[in-house]
Design a protein around this ligand. Sequence first.
Ligand code: NAD
Length: 256
Amino acid sequence: MNSMYGKVALITGATSGIGKASAIEFSKQGATVVLAGRRESEGEAVTKEIRDAGGEAMFIKTDVADEEQIKALVEKTVATYGRLDVAFNNAGVEGEFNIKTAEQTVEHYQQVFDINVKGVLLSMKHEIPAMLEHGGGAIINTASVVGSIGIAGAGVYVASKHAVLGLTKTAALEYAQQKIRVNAISPGGIETEMFQRAAGTPEEKSQGRQYFTSLHPVGRLGTPEEIANAVVFLASPGASFITGANLLADGGWTVQ
Ligand code: NAD
């Protein structure tokens, strides 16, 4: 327990779902937590929850598609807490599902890639120099099962998560000697706001939920807390020999 004691952890997309659960878990494990996201009231509410439980946390309103805002996020983190040890680059959007390749648009591609791919690239660009200042760190990027397999009608989202794995492997190679480990977490279907949107309209939801559940050999969807546990492990000293990995936390979806 408290494997993150004394560490400063930055989490993007921390206002809900996997990011929120991870912020809470990092704090439980002893880390000082910086929460980043676009939604101020949600971000402040999670921050208060962490502080009320005795943790140290700060919310910084940030759009990860904007380089100046990411730069300011990292600068404020270091100015406030003196260092950056862990970054969980988790903010993401699913875009539109049920669009076949021949119907995709440049606007849709840009909307999803700006956040899911450019956001991860720019986050690492500004986090890495801050980590190097204090001898290294750990980065975890959120990919998805669909970073490893396809899903019909979701080509843009699928491609964006494949790209996250490419950025992760590359950065892992580039900074291995400087003691920055870079890994990806690839969740299966997780009960979050995003999953609820992707599962369809209220009328379609029970059907969508049944379909997605059936893809998981464990017979259920995952929880944000189950992903948070895997992320904290990847950030912890227990994962000291793991870099460039893609940890599939998907209830067995991709081994069928
Ligand atoms: P979510 O919608 O609850 O969380 C996504 C978070 O990212 C939200 O808080 C949102 O406000 C934030 N965000 C979106 N665009 C942003 C931007 N430009 N700048 C800053 N923050 C932004 O859903 P989630 O399921 O917790 O998603 C977290 C990550 O997990 C995403 O990258 C998603 O692609 C990935 N993922 C989710 C699932 C699933 O089934 N839920 C499966 C695989 C991967």
